[in-house]
Design a protein around this ligand. Structure first.
Ligand code: HEM
Ligand SMILES: CC(C)=CCC/C(C)=C/CC/C(C)=C/COP(=O)(O)OP(=O)(O)O
Length: 313
């Protein structure tokens, strides 16, 4: 029985809500942490990219889609943390999250996740379209129901987790009615491919930085758990290299233009440079440089597409 399957220590989480004298702002901050706002915010960047690339031009529809998807993303973060309350308690990076730290109860996290998921899906169905609502629920189901449990048993969980992670731009494309226009399917496939590949250098760096903690928690995030020297870096460099041609697909599909293709190539080249440096020498600085490069790539793409589609065109 590995560490992840060991029984929960009773001190690490509470199952029933207790009277809480903390200020409301503190409690709201804990619910905000449950929602994983930074990951959700970056996902919304890619939703907007998908919406614009599918020809979406109504800011109200994009706002409705963003609100609904943000609620479903918050549900995915809360239900993921509910499911990982035991392993989160075993990693210093996550031990201070509301559940392992005992600031929120399992019931509170579960109810918050379910309410956000139901509200988000209903909101999308009524203000955008049922297809987008279904796709958002599929993303939630794959992330919480497939990726999260698989982390305890196989490193392939990262490849599987990259599928829901890559769906947000397709949600934006669906919100713009992309499904009705077969011609835009290549654009949607390109955006999915970009985000799918983008996740590997991003996470190889994170997994390498946290490799001892993942081992301690019994999570299988890299083959062999502690990667053979250079494995994480090589995987990052290879996927960053593959990202260069895939970054051109939304332009080939006609969803975006030449400037977005140029931006994807420049941002991709920077991402590749830092990934190759990480492959050459796996150190904390080279790994952190890959992580920071990953956090700049997607906003750069959205900015180029927005200028190209809303200003230049
Ligand atoms: C296989 C897929 C992915 C994995 C395993 C993964 C894992 C992680 C982990 C473990 C962190 C560090 C969180 C912390 O510091 O506690 C992180 C940070 C982050 N991830 Fe990912 N991620 C993946 C995909 C994505 C996707 C699809 C997005 C959004 C489009 C994203 C956006 C972010 C952002 C913005 C941060 C920085 C958050 C912070 O600084 O706290 N990630 N990721
Ligand atoms: C609509 C919708 C649901 C959008 C969300 C997009 C999405 C699924 C992003 C998650 C990507 C991912 C695998 C994060 C890592 O979680 P982790 O549990 O490995 O991270 P942790 O170790 O920090 O908890």
């Amino acid at each position: 029985m590995n560490a992840a399957s060991a029984p929960l220590s009773s001190a690490s989480t509470r199952s029933t809500p207790v009277a809480d004298s903390r200020p409301l702002t503190t409690r709201l901050a804990d619910y905000r942490t449950l929602a994983k706002p930074k990951i959700a915010a970056m996902a919304l960047v890619t939703v907007a990219l998908g919406y614009l690339a599918a020809g979406g031009s109504d800011p109200v529809t994009l706002l409705h889609a963003s609100i609904g998807i943000a609620l479903v993303a918050a549900a995915s973060g809360a239900l993921n943390q509910f499911a990982e309350r035991d392993t989160d308690a075993r990693m210093t990076r996550t031990a201070n999250r509301p559940l392992p730290a005992g600031r929120l109860s399992e019931t509170e996290a579960l109810v918050f996740g379910i309410v956000c998921g139901v509200a988000g899906a209903d909101y999308l169905a009524f203000t955008v379209n049922p297809f987008t609502a279904l796709l958002a629920l599929l993303t939630l189901a794959l992330y919480v129901g497939v990726y999260t449990p698989l982390k305890r048993s196989t490193a392939w969980s990262v490849v599987i987790g990259a599928v829901p992670g890559a769906l947000p731009p397709v949600l934006g494309w669906a919100a713009a009615g992309g499904g009705a226009e077969p011609g835009t399917w290549l654009t949607a496939a390109g955006l999915f491919g970009i985000l799918f590949l983008w996740q590997f250098p991003h996470f190889m760096a994170i997994a390498w930085l946290n490799r001892e903690q993942y081992k301690q928690a019994g999570l299988h995030m890299l083959p062999g758990q502690i990667p053979r020297v250079g494995w994480a870096g090589k995987a990052a460099a290879l996927t960053a290299l593959a990202l260069l041609p895939v970054g051109l697909l939304p332009t080939v599909g006609g969803g975006v233009g030449l400037w977005t293709a140029v931006t994807a190539t420049l941002a991709g080249a920077i991402y590749l440079y830092y990934s190759v440096r990480f492959a050459q020498q796996e150190t904390r600085p080279t790994a952190r440089a890959v992580l920071f490069a990953s956090l700049g790539y997607l906003p750069a793409l959205l900015l180029a597409a927005a200028i190209e589609l809303l200003v230049i065109r």
